[in-house]
Design a protein around this ligand. Sequence first.
Ligand SMILES: Nc1ncnc2c1ncn2[C@@H]1O[C@H](COP(=O)(O)OP(=O)(O)O)[C@@H](O)[C@H]1O
Ligand SMILES: [Mg+2]
Length: 556
Amino acid sequence: MNTGTRSKDDKPWGGGDVSRARQEGISAAGWTNPRRIRIQAFEPVPTPASFISERQLMAEPLLIAQSKDPQYLLPKMANLHGLVAGATGTGKTVTLQVMAEAFSRAGVPVFAADVKGDLSGISQAGKDNPKIAERVKKMKLEGFAFEASPVTFWDVFGEQGHPVRTTVSEMGPLLFSRLLNLNDTQSGVLSLVFKIADDHQLLLLDMKDLQAVLQYVGEQAKALQTEYGNISAASVGAIQRGLVTLGQEGGDKFFGEPALNIDDLMQTDSNGHGVVNILASDKLIRSPRVYATLLLWLLTELFEKLPEVGDPDKPKLVFFFDEAHLLFTDLPSIVADKVTQVVRLVRSKGVGVFFVSQNPLDIPEAVLGQLGNRVQHALRAFTPKDQKAVKAAAQTFRTNPKVDVEKVITELEVGEALVSFLDEKGTPEIVERAMICPPRGQIGPITPEQRAELMKTSLVAGVYENAVDRESAFEILKGRAGQAATTGAPQQQGQEQPWYANLPNLGLPGQSGGGRRGDTLIEAMSKSAARTIGSSVGRQIVRGVLGSLLGGSSKR
Ligand SMILES: Nc1ncnc2c1ncn2[C@@H]1O[C@H](COP(=O)(O)OP(=O)(O)O)[C@@H](O)[C@H]1O
Ligand SMILES: [Mg+2]
């Protein structure tokens, strides 16, 4: 791989060698090349000087753009979030790439949804090309070198990356209602269904489980009425139809196990560079509601699972949300409020969220107001609506007497932008017209072969590939129905016998039988105790942050 630069006085600061070494390190032995680790471990005891340089490296300002002065994004301020806006083709994705590369080099893992597949190029070192050379020269970027970033690919469909899954339970009724596009009444019934599953300790892992519980609730609506109130058959039917549609959109693939462990998104490679997690979203985006809900789920998951860290020197993870307008389109206000809240709260978990969108007006004001670091690419001003957007975008910047923002926004060239990052005090810098740095990685998509190779050697290769279908609501209800049919045992809820009475003997109170499924169920219960139910069986099934923030069914 040629990682040289064009101008002869450029100092390749090890870009070529480092990059190649990393590539070899990855392909030879994954991320855990023992030789690399040993070499690092036996390095001379660091002198104070190298301590200092390492510290500086950790929180070193990230050069993103250049006006007459360099424009730095401060890692310490990255959890005050950001916005990259601009019309199509103005350079948003490349700006995202430049930022992601800079975070990665600073040791910060990144998560980004790749809507058009063009972000995948970040995994390869860029190649000489007159346009890049010109940009490097114009910006006087000394020591610019092409370099690949370590990447893990993810894909809900398991095709272009490692499968991303969660359980129905962890998605929670609120986000699930959004996935199914339910109205308020239907959504209320879905919450009840989750609650009934909770109360009866029926694990909701995959779509089958939810289907099974829905069917059960539908059939037992009368018996359940005293405890849970009226459950409308029409609503149950609507939810069932919604599930079918979601399945057709591929949503069924998303639910099941092994569920994503968010620690797997927060890795660094042997060079200390943050791993860039790329969610292949070209197929997913065809169903914008599903796309937006899944990313929202991920954000809430991060919020829920990460510890408080206050304002760290650099973020724990930076989350890029491309095509962010989809998140807010037709979003019920109750969910929109929660998005605002999660964006605000996730900051103290050390997570920076950067929205990438065509127009700042796509983002609700309450969220927009929280996005401290701004890069505004060109906007068109053809229609009155365009002009309104330009005005609005201009007003979001701290004014610079030398820059007529409203005028400049419409004149910016590709890869040029109005830039305002936060200073050390968290105050926006005055806006500058600036050139965005060229990316160090390749611009544009990689080949399927390159992708396959990277997937084979990734940190999580083999961890998520095979879905596991353990004992959960579907199997339990099916088993119960079967038992009932053969033994004539009562099927109805609310009997003296607990629901698990007919299951293999686990030593649970009121249980008599024994049998072949014991292991799976014990295993299921201990596993689920750890990850889904919480510390004790019988406790509320964890419901996802939106549920708990809402004080819904999980907060009785
Ligand atoms: N910072 C940059 N350095 C070099 N080329 C750039 C830069 N920004 C944009 N470009 C060029 O412009 C093209 C379009 O940019 P892109 O980021 O894909 O636009 P958008 O995401 O806004 O639609 C890129 O393919 C690339 O050739
Ligand atoms: Mg783009």
